[in-house]
Design a protein around this ligand. Structure first.
Ligand code: SF4
Length: 380
């Protein structure tokens, strides 16, 4: 229960039920002298019907409703700002505390709807091409603040769990390195997966990491979700420059961890994200290095992300011809390769680029900062 105590948020001593996974909720109900099935009944109200008012939980007895009212609440983050694009992309700026905020973005496609979720306020890993890095690390999000992003989006979208759901995929690819907030992130992902939660299959819940090798192993032992790795370069010198974490966990160690992941989960694949920056990592030689690396991961996929500049960055986006040539080189070498396309441009490209199930961070974070500055005027 130590982790629970660390992550649980309270208001006037009341406990936020969004901080609990199924077992945590059962334990809490046991403390209230209630049976486990009561916890599950309430859990269904919270995640299937997106109900946050105990009064409306009509099949929960009056006495228990009063008990819940006195001891706990269902507290999703507050929406400070939201905007939708003509193509259905929608973003929310969600207020946490002390002026902190994170962004969640929904991107609909013909066969899926993907929600990008943040795990930390800011980030301490200092990847050179990421605007979140310029904010530094502020704090980890609580479980309620992570699953709460999905709760807010699901409520807005009228998501119906298990039937024609609007959110079919979640990517932990917003602000922060999710493996550095391991307990709260895995608890939130268990709620995304749980049948009494949002009920998503393992291949539809993806965690993206910059490459924290020991935590990749721990993740594979803890929860059944999909893995994406922010690679961005296939040689150590360049990757250390772009992703300083590479100095601690160089590519060989990272690939070994990925191989162990695949050994443990033989029917899964890993997505490798590669942001293309003009003259930095977009040359034929870089593609050759990437191909060599991917030969050891035959069923894995590369997601090419055209870099989206943000204020103050020294990088530029590769030109269209270079991007095409890079992709062709990979495809010709039989590397499964996707190229993200732009979404949501009419809302200032809220989350920039998407291909498949992933989002671009950099431009979104620039947008986030802009909105945060404007936040006071939008806050209710
Ligand atoms: S890319 Fe990810 S891990 Fe790197 S600084 Fe940005 S948020 Fe952190």
């Amino acid at each position: 229960m130590t982790d629970q105590a660390v992550s649980t948020t309270t208001t006037n001593e009341k406990v936020n039920l969004l901080d609990f996974d199924r077992q945590g909720l059962r334990d809490f109900f046991a403390q209230l002298g209630e049976k486990p099935y009561r916890a599950e009944q309430v859990m269904k109200w919270i995640y299937h019907r997106l109900e946050d008012n105990f009064e409306n939980m009509t099949d929960v007895g009056k006495a228990l409703r009063a008990k819940l009212e006195a001891s706990c609440y269902v507290g999703p983050p507050k929406t400070m700002f939201e905007k939708g694009a003509a193509d259905g992309t929608h973003k929310w700026l969600l207020g946490m505390d002390g002026g902190n905020a994170v962004e969640a973005v929904y991107i609909p496609e013909p066969t899926r709807g993907t929600l990008c979720v943040s795990s930390q306020v800011g980030c301490g890993l200092n990847c050179q091409f990421c605007s979140t890095a310029t904010q530094g690390f502020n704090r980890n999000l609580a479980t309620s603040e992570i699953i709460g992003q999905m709760w807010v989006a699901a409520k807005y979208l009228g998501n119906v769990t298990h039937q024609n759901r609007r959110i079919t995929n979640v990517v932990m690819m917003g602000m922060g390195e999710p493996l550095l907030n391991f307990d709260n992130v895995t608890k939130a992902m268990s709620l995304m997966r749980d049948d009494l939660g949002f009920g998503l299959a393992s291949k539809r819940v993806t965690l993206s990491t910059a490459g924290l090798v020991p935590m990749i192993d721990k993740l594979s032992e803890t929860i059944d979700v999909s893995l994406a790795v922010s690679l961005h370069a296939a040689n150590d010198e360049l990757r250390t420059e772009l992703v300083p974490l590479n100095k601690r966990y160089p590519i060989a160690e990272l690939m070994a961890a990925c191989q162990r992941w695949l050994d443990r989960k033989p029917r899964t694949s890993i997505t490798f994200e590669y942001t293309l920056m003009k003259g930095v990592n977009d040359q034929p030689e870089h593609a050759r290095q990437l191909i060599k690396l991917m030969r050891r991961m035959p069923n894995c996929k590369v997601n090419l992300i055209p870099f989206n500049p943000f204020p103050g960055t020294r990088f530029e986006r590769s030109d269209a011809e270079t991007i095409r040539a890079f992709q062709t080189q990979l495809l010709n070498a039989n590397v499964l390769t996707m190229l993200r396309r732009t979404r949501g441009d009419d809302i200032d490209a809220a989350c920039g680029q998407l291909k498949g199930q992933v989002l671009d961070r950099t431009r979104r974070q620039a947008e986030f900062r802009k909105r945060l500055d404007e936040g006071a005027s939008h806050a209710a």
